[in-house]
Design a protein. Structure first.
Length: 162
């Protein structure tokens, strides 16, 4: 496997540490990623996505969804069912093995809901950028007087004379 040195990228860019970290993580990540359960990622809006996992054989109470910082962790464990004790299978093709699937989320992306129907688990995600981080236009003053003033700033931000 080839190793890439990302140090020049760190030195030549400002504020792109997360992208470089993501590239570094992807290059050093183990190649054998789990493929169970299969999933789809769908873009539903400009700042909205939906992750769909095929979780046939699992009930809603056997599935756990957690959001930890910038990670979404979906895990499932089949409960010991008393009805399974006496069954003998000739072929068992529906996989009900325990799993844990992780998705790395970008900043300000949060889970807004989840549903489980017809063997599919759907998780809705949305990016909500805080008002303080949204871009705003700054008016350029003419003349010698400088008074910082943001166009479109809300009432909480007052203009201060310097």
């Amino acid at each position: 496997m080839r190793n890439f040195d990302l140090a020049p990228l760190y030195r030549a860019s400002v504020g792109f540490d997360q992208i470089a970290d993501l590239m570094d993580r992807m290059l050093t990540q183990d190649v054998s990623q789990p493929s169970y359960p299969p999933f789809n990622i769908e873009k539903t809006a400009e700042d909205g996505w939906r992750i769909s996992l095929a979780v046939a054989g699992f009930a809603s109470d056997e599935i756990a969804i957690e959001q930890r910082e910038n990670a979404l962790v979906i895990s499932a464990r089949k409960s010991e069912d008393a009805g399974e004790a006496g069954k003998t299978y000739l072929h068992r093709g529906i996989a009900t093995r325990a799993f844990e699937r992780r998705f790395h989320l970008a900043d300000h992306v949060r889970v807004t809901g989840a549903s489980h129907e017809n063997g599919m688990l759907h998780i809705a995600l949305v990016r909500e950028v805080p008002e303080a981080l949204k871009p705003r236009r700054i008016e350029i003053a003419k003349g010698a007087t400088v008074s910082p003033k943001a166009i479109g700033a809300d009432a909480a931000h007052e203009t201060v004379e310097v």
